[in-house]
Design a protein around this ligand. Sequence first.
Ligand SMILES: [Zn+2]
Length: 66
Amino acid sequence: MSWERAEEVAKPVLKCPLCGGTQFEQQKGRMDSRWGLTSHKLILKICQKCGLVLQFSAGRGIFDFD
Ligand SMILES: [Zn+2]
């Protein structure tokens, strides 16, 4: 067991569930709810390989977007 490998496991890498690609275009957006009471900040990750769009809620995911 190497320490480098342990660090890789600790920091998750976003992977496309469809094609397994790891290159993503990032876009930030906002989605207002239908009732206008709350709004969610969204982060969109668009797979550069197959175009699949992944949606995340900003600030809550396990991935670091900064
Ligand atoms: Zn993909």
